[in-house]
Design a binder for this molecule. Structure first.
Ligand code: SF4
Length: 234
């Protein structure tokens, strides 16, 4: 393949025009990622396209978007795997700020609600809080979350429930509930047990399917449900 077509979603809520897709012919080179293709267009064909990126190494989550009908990280997606036509649009079900950039404010607001940091009652140590390797293994998977928002964008309960905390925030809540060094389980379970919490999850598994870190988010939400029931009963 010498070149391919890159179709990019274009929308600026402030210019009064309808959303559209613009198509560009992009020269292909071996190993090219979708993020590199976007830069090719930005640098050589159309300096007006807007997209987010940061690390370029699949660890920051900033370039999550909808590529050929799937949630993916642009920096992690090889053009070769997509064929001669590549279509990129913003993360679905989130307000578009411009082109491929969505408003992540609701995602971050809900994330903050679960207090995404360690809460320990003991005095802060001089250097760090050591953890038994076996205890650390219990949270290894959840710690891999890069907060890309793909799971949030893919969840039908997020689409229909404005208040639902969503998969990423609940995953993070379980990450701390399961952390042997954290002392705020009661407080966290009180938040996730409310109407906007885990009971809104209908185990659709979209989140687990789209996660670029292959995290089984639904499993963590199921653990939270069990703990919430136990808390209510005993
Ligand atoms: Fe992204 Fe996966 Fe974290 Fe959801 S759980 S924000 S899909 S890395």
């Amino acid at each position: 393949m010498d070149e391919f077509t890159l179709r990019i979603f274009r929308f600026d809520p402030e210019d009064g025009q309808e959303p559209r897709f613009d198509a560009y012919r992009v020269p292909y080179r071996d190993g090219m990622t979708v993020l590199e293709a976007l830069f090719e267009v930005l640098d050589h064909q159309d300096g007006s396209i807007a997209f987010r990126f940061s690390c370029r190494g699949a660890v920051c989550g900033a370039c999550a978007m909808f590529i050929n009908g799937s949630h993916r990280l642009a920096c992690q997606t090889q053009v070769k795997s997509l064929g001669p036509e590549v279509t990129v649009s913003p993360l679905p079900h989130l307000p578009v700020i411009r082109d491929l950039i969505v408003d992540m404010e609701p995602f971050w607001r809900k994330y903050e609600e679960i207090k995404p940091y360690l809460i320990a009652n003991s005095e802060p140590p001089e250097k760090e809080r050591p953890q038994d390797p076996e205890d650390r293994k219990k949270i290894d998977e959840m710690i891999n979350c890069i907060l890309c928002g793909a799971c949030y964008s893919s969840c039908p309960m997020v689409w229909t429930g404005e208040d639902y905390l969503g998969p990423a925030a609940l995953l993070k809540a379980y990450r701390f509930v399961a952390d042997s060094r954290d002392d705020a389980s009661e407080e966290r379970l009180a938040v996730v047990s409310t109407e906007k919490g885990v009971w809104r999850c209908h185990t659709v598994f979209n989140c687990a399917e789209v996660c670029p870190r292959s995290i089984n988010i639904t499993w963590s939400l199921q653990q939270l449900k069990k703990l919430a029931v136990r808390k209510a009963l005993f």
